[in-house]
Design a protein around this ligand. Structure first.
Ligand code: LER
Ligand code: MN
Length: 279
């Protein structure tokens, strides 16, 4: 298993704040990073590749839909633009040398229309993911769709639904990102949810129940690791948290206080815990 850290702990962009911490990320025991791309033109893939190579790190990307884009919109032109945007993200991920693009890639985070999802919206998502299957194959990228808790999305909350979605898409390059922070809210047992998505598991966000340091809260890590092993998952375990004052990002994650002594402590104390727990 490989250990990663989401650079949203330090910055919303791939910038100097991230680059200067890359040596420490490697030194403290991470194998790679996961960084956010919100717009393709804001990333310089050649630069990302070069800094990954010089720091002996691998990278994955995460994204969310911005500018009101949505694969499940009632507006066909919005869906078309969202699909193009998704394809751009897949291409950029490959150019950066990343093999997994993860995130709640169906509709904007925080879009809560005050009703249940419809069968039509579900079908739109399935069709969109099926339509990028070939491109994913060509670019050697895997799409990891992430269910979120009910306060961040209405569309996909549970492991059961996520597994059904991936079943219906039916493409080996389209699977699930399981985030223990969200699962702690939505699943009866976090480990049970993992077993449910097991056959589609492409990425795990190993997050504490308060987005603080893994190992410091009430996530039942022993059973989580047991389930991860049981389903034969051997991919990335990535710590995801967010800077405490990153404006839009802190607002999206509803972080209005210092969760730990510093955001970086979540990464560096967290990786120690994960390494120890994995043995
Ligand atoms: C993204 O990976 C995530 O977990 C969301 O909570 C971001 O808003
Ligand atoms: Mn996550």
């Amino acid at each position: 298993m490989k250990l990663g850290v989401n650079t949203l702990i330090w910055s919303a962009a791939y910038d100097e704040a991230v680059e200067e911490v890359l040596p420490a990320i490697r030194e403290r025991g991470f194998d790679g990073i996961e960084f956010p791309i919100f717009r393709a033109m804001n990333v310089s893939p050649a630069h990302v590749r070069q800094t990954m190579e010089s720091n002996d790190l691998a990278c994955n990307t995460v994204s969310v839909f911005v500018d009101g884009l949505s694969l499940i919109s009632d507006d066909a032109s919005v869906r078309t633009r969202a699909l193009q945007w998704l394809k751009d993200m897949i291409a950029v991920t490959a150019e950066c040398g990343g093999e997994t693009l993860g995130g709640p890639l169906y509709c904007p985070v925080g879009w809560l229309p005050g009703r249940r999802r419809t069968v039509v919206e579900w079908a739109r998502a399935v069709e969109a993911y099926q339509s990028v299957g070939e491109m994913l194959e060509q670019h050697n990228v895997t799409l990891a769709i992430e269910p979120l808790n009910r306060f961040e999305t209405f569309f996909l909350n549970t492991a059961e639904d996520a597994a059904r979605l991936a079943d219906e898409v039916g493409h080996p390059r389209v699977g699930i990102l399981y985030d223990t922070f969200h699962a702690n809210i939505e699943e009866k047992k976090i480990a049970e949810g993992l077993r449910r998505v097991g056959r589609h598991l492409k990425l795990v966000h190993t997050c504490e129940n308060d987005r603080g340091t893994p190992g410091s809260g009430h996530v039942e890590w022993e059973s989580v690791f047991a389930a991860i092993r049981e389903v034969g998952y051997d991919g990335w375990l990535t710590i995801e948290s967010f800077g405490f004052a990153l404006e839009d990002i802190s607002a999206a994650a509803a972080i209005w206080r210092d969760i730990e002594t510093s955001p970086a402590a979540i990464a560096f104390e967290g990786v120690r815990f994960l390494r120890q727990a994995l043995g």
